[in-house]
Ligand binder design. Structure first.
Ligand code: LLP
Length: 437
């Protein structure tokens, strides 16, 4: 992936830096991000829109990996940002991300979060439900703020990897359903409110998607509904946000398209649908990639520790991290590939299973992988850990979250420090004397 290559010293190099040297310098586990790959993806998405002359925004879905440095990088690349909590919004503002390019998502934004977003002047709020509409009416009146709105719609299409399901009756906690009149009711409620400017609609059909059909079907459904909106409310959206979900290749089993191919298919389908709307201009198309911007740009380097061989059954090799820095194998049975970062020239000679260090049998990173012989001087590199790794990391077993280093063209920079023992107890308060005795 990206700039990863094998150096003359048989080490894994990324971004022109020796991952083994970085592991020694910063300790393990260590998340490395290939900055060139992130830039390349960001530019690829933008170019796909620009080549077709379509108005667009590419918003990085920051839930995939949020930190001040990644937000700065995304800002430099001219992307927008999708945040889903006060915490992500706060981090973005700390990174001096322009508020007008921030989109605020979520199915249960609190009054405090909405007020924070309004005061900060975010570019738009993606309204998800009737409770939120009424909260936002109260708050925008109270603060006397005008707010841009996207209405989150649930088109009744769920896509994941190769499969998509068309669900007649929606069953999702997100958004307004198209099929049962909720979407129409929502539109009516927001259209004429003086503090709202209804930019358009949003939908997100799933994640780690390998085909374009799910997206084109969703577009077909949405635009079918826009026809009704045009007739009944004389409304046509200026913005259609089609969400994220573009797949990446974790292992050779995964066969995603190039990011640009998803965009091109979307533009083509939207253009086709526009024939039904005479005299109307193509709406702006927005997307929200998370995984496809940062997923395969991330690699985690671990140190090898204990090994346990059960003759004829399994050979466990433990690393110094696990479900605390990558919960995806335990949570979703996600599959990963791994390399011995300091022995890239050695051929695989054994089948091992990579275990984490948490007190839980389910804390396994990889089952049955072919690797060279391993000792406790070796470093394991697990690729494609850039999305939903650090952002879903925990302190289970009071394990500190790892450090994050960005690399590019032989330059390295520590962008998130490793947590310390002190960090682990910083919110703990001792018992007062004479209480609970
Ligand atoms: N937009 C919305 C509204 C979303 O809900 C999501 C992801 C995205 C964009 C970005 O999707 P992406 O391009 O990253 O697929 N923790 C799971 C993934 C959860 C995705 C949640 N929503 C995982 O590790 O696979």
């Amino acid at each position: 992936h990206g700039t990863a290559q094998i150096g003359q010293n048989h080490h894994l190099w990324i971004g022109g830096t020796d991952t083994v040297e970085l592991a020694k310098k910063y300790g393990t586990p260590l998340y490395l991000y290939d900055v060139a790959l992130i830039k390349n993806r960001a530019r690829g998405f933008k170019k796909a829109f620009e080549e077709k002359g379509v108005g667009y925004q590419v918003a990085y879905a920051s839930k995939a990996f949020s930190s001040i440095a990644i937000f700065q990088l995304i800002e430099q690349e001219g992307l927008s940002l999708d945040v889903v909590s006060g915490g992500e919004l706060f981090t973005a503002l700390q990174a001096e991300f322009p508020a007008e390019r921030i989109h605020f998502h979520g199915n249960n934004k609190s009054p405090e979060e909405l007020e924070f977003a309004l005061s900060a002047g975010v570019g738009c709020i993606v309204v998800d439900n009737f409770f939120e509409i009424s909260l936002l009416k109260t708050l925008s009146s109270k603060l006397n703020k005008k707010v841009n709105i996207l209405i989150r719609l649930t088109p009744g299409i769920e896509a994941h990897t190769h499969d998509y399901i068309i669900t007649g009756q929606e069953d999702s906690k997100f958004g307004f359903d198209l099929s049962n009149g909720q979407a129409d009711k929502a539109l009516k409620e927001v259209l004429d409110f003086e503090h709202f400017h209804v930019l358009g609609v949003h939908c997100h059909i799933g994640s780690q998607i390998f085909e374009t059909e799910g997206f084109t079907l969703a577009i077909e459904k949405l635009f079918g509904h826009f026809k009704k909106w045009e007739e009944n409310y004389n409304y046509f959206p200026n913005v259609v946000n089609l969400g994220g979900g573009f797949g990446i290749q974790y292992t050779s089993e995964d066969t995603p398209l190039a990011p640009e191919q998803y965009v091109t298919a979307m533009i083509e389908e939207v253009s086709r649908q526009m024939h039904r709307f005479e005299g109307k201009e193509l709406p702006e198309l927005w997307i929200e990639p998370g995984r496809s911007l940062v997923g395969d740009a991330g690699t985690t380097i671990y140190s090898i520790g204990s090994q346990k061989e059960i003759e004829g059954v399994r050979h466990y090799v433990s690393v110094d991290g696990g479900m605390t820095d990558n919960i995806r194998p335990a949570l979703y049975q996600a599959k990963y590939e791994a390399y011995v970062a300091n022995k890239m020239n050695e051929k695989p000679c054994q089948t091992v299973s990579i275990a984490g260090k948490c007190c839980e049998s389910g804390d396994m990173l990889i089952w049955d992988i072919e690797l060279p012989k391993l000792t406790d001087n070796d470093y394991l590199a697990v690729s494609c850990t850039g999305a939903y790794g650090y952002s879903m990391a925990s302190n289970y077993n009071r394990i500190q979250r790892p450090a994050v280093v960005f690399v590019e063209n032989g330059e390295e920079q520590l962008v998130v420090k490793r947590e310390t023992y002190e960090d682990l107890i910083k919110n703990d308060l001792p018992l007062k004397s004479n209480v609970f005795v």
